[in-house]
Structures are given as C-alpha cells and as structure tokens.
Design a protein around this ligand. Structure first.
Ligand SMILES: Nc1ncnc2c1ncn2[C@@H]1O[C@H](COP(=O)(O)OP(=O)(O)OP(=O)(O)O)[C@@H](O)[C@H]1O
Ligand SMILES: [Mg+2]
Length: 293
C-alpha cells in the first residue's frame, strides 16, 4: 500500500484540500480521498502516517453501513472510481469514496457525552455549553448526566464556534434543526454504547449532514479518530485532559521538543510514526472488529 501525503493527478486539480482530505468535484458526485496527512495543534505535519487514510475511510464506511437504518448516507462507491480516476487505483484504493454531492447544512453537529475541549472551556467560564446549563462542580473530562447536542458554525478558516440550539434553529428552521439533533444524539448513543464494552469511550463526536432532494443525508466522515475524541477506558481519569487514543505519541513528542505550535511542523521520527500508525490500526481493529487488510 502506498503512503500518500497529497494527491497529484496530472491535469486534475482538487476542488478543495482539507487538512486531511483531498476532494474532487465529479459533477453530481464528489471523490473524497483521505490522505495520510496528520495535523496536530491545527498544523499539518510534513510526515505522513502510513495506513491513516485507509483507517479513516474504512472506519467511516463501517459506521455508515452499520446505521443505514437510522439515516441514509452519502456513499456511492468505495470500489469503483469513474474515469479518469480509474487510472489511479493504486493511489485511491481503500482510502477513497465516491459520494453523492449534497447541499451541506451550515452547521457541525457535535454531540458531547463528556466535558472536554471547547466544551470544558465554555463550561468553566459560563456553567453552560452552547447555552445548555449543566450541573455545578463538573471536572474536566467528567461524564455528563446525558449526552448533549452542541452545534458549531462551520468556519471556512480558523476555529468553529459553538452556537446555541436557538441559533442553529434560525439557520436551519425548527423542523430540520430538531431532526438533526435527534439523529445526532441517536448516532452518538449507539456508537458510545457500541464502543464502551470494547474499552473505548466516545467522549465527543462531530457529524455533518447534507440535503439531497429534500432528504437528510449523513455526509463527510463518520466517527473517526479525526472527527471524534476516543479515549481508552482503562486510562480514563477525570479531573484533567485525557490521553487521546490516536495522536498521543505525536503530541507527546511535539511537547518534548518544545515546538512553538506554529507552522511549519517538524518531521516526526520513525518510532513516533510507527507507534501512531499502530494506534490508528488498533482503533480500526477494536471498533470495526477486524484487522485493516
Ligand atoms: N456528500 C457531501 N456533499 C457535499 N459536501 C460534502 C459531502 N461530504 C463532505 N462534504 C464537505 O466536504 C468538505 C470536506 O472537507 P474536509 O473535512 O476535508 O476539510 P475542511 O472541513 O475544509 O477542513 P478540516 O481539515 O478542518 O476538516 C467539508 O466542507 C464537508 O462539509
Ligand atoms: Mg472537515
């Protein structure tokens, strides 16, 4: 399997490059290619992580299929790629999907079962997350009494901003806002219940949805280490930040070398790459229940 930091197909320019994925416009469809790029502290590092792109894509496909009864998803094919992309199967296989192009909703549908990240910051200063009042005395990384829907704006650059459900309603309309909240909470509850006996806490995750012919579709990536905070349950210890399942070796290394967390990011040594690769593969093995082949 090839390691791929950036797709470069002669004469074909991606419509967009995210931090991790390269996206090609196919007219009524999109080709989404998960590369092996890794970002830490919001900076894309120069060193790719072998297998990372395949883990993201295969894990997304796993969840999309598992819960197709809850909501239809955007996947059209992850095996066949239309011309001229069929010529690049060595680069695309396993890491790419052709998806229905939808009209993406203008919010990120975040669900939190635990207080962490921007949720912890908001809670500490206001006692609330996205306007939802929470019990007093929660510690960082504590479990919430029940999962909450905490939408965020999609900022084209920089950081997404947490918004209230009322504000989400003003963007989407009441009916659609209530529907995406219900679907997001349902998917979170199912995924958290699925992960728990496997020794993994799903602390926070982000879903995206789009509309196609007035139908709500689950788009983007699904319950991957990049869109979620997964914590190993065995080391769970509230009262501070938790070790992230996937990027901990990278973060630890970057902290040790006292990199200022501004671009450019440093190259990663082989042992950090290998340990991180193993973590991504482990996440896939635990959650999908089989080895990444
Ligand atoms: N089926 C779809 N229809 C339309 N747009 C989609 C679909 N699936 C994903 N998208 C959009 O494609 C984009 C994926 O980009 P990607 O996540 O790689 O980069 P980004 O969100 O710009 O940046 P980041 O790296 O911070 O995530 C998102 O804007 C997402 O909403
Ligand atoms: Mg994104």
């Amino acid at each position: 399997m090839r390691v791929l930091r950036e797709t470069r197909f002669a004469g074909l320019a991606p419509a967009a490059r995210g931090k991790v994925r390269d996206i090609y416009d196919l007219g009524d469809k999109l080709l989404i290619v998960a590369t092996d790029r890794l970002s830490a502290f919001d900076v894309i590092l120069p060193t790719p992580i072998p297998d990372k792109g395949r883990v993201l894509t295969q894990l997304s496909l796993f969840w999309f299929t598992l819960w197709k009864d809850v909501i239809p998803n955007h996947v059209s094919s992850a095996i066949e790629f239309p011309a001229p992309f069929d010529k690049f199967k060595d680069d695309l296989a396993g890491r790419s999907m052709v998806v229905q192009k939808t009209q993406p909703l203008p919010i990120e549908c975040v669900v939190r079962g635990y207080v962490s990240g921007s949720g912890w910051k908001d809670y500490r200063t206001t006692g609330r997350i996205c306007g939802i009042r929470l019990p007093a005395g929660l510690r960082e990384s504590d479990r919430l009494p029940e999962p909450i829907f905490t939408p965020a704006t999609k900022a084209p650059t920089g950081h997404d901003e947490n918004i209230s459900f009322e504000y989400a309603t003003s963007l989407l309309g009441k009916e659609l806002a209530e529907k995406v909240r219900a679907v997001s909470l349902e998917l979170y509850l199912r995924a958290a219940a699925y992960a728990e006996p496997r020794g993994v806490i799903l602390a926070v995750t982000k879903f995206e949805f789009g509309l196609l012919n007035n139908q709500l579709i689950w788009i983007d990536e699904a319950l991957t280490p990049d869109s979620s905070r997964f914590w190993p349950a065995a080391q769970y210890s509230p009262g501070g930040p938790q070790a992230s399942f996937d990027k901990q070796f990278v973060r630890d290394y970057l902290e040790r070398m006292q990199w200022p967390k501004t671009p450019p990011g440093p190259e990663l040594p082989p042992e950090v790459v290998e340990a991180t690769r193993a973590k991504y593969r482990e996440a896939y093995r635990i959650l999908a229940g089989r080895e990444l082949d």
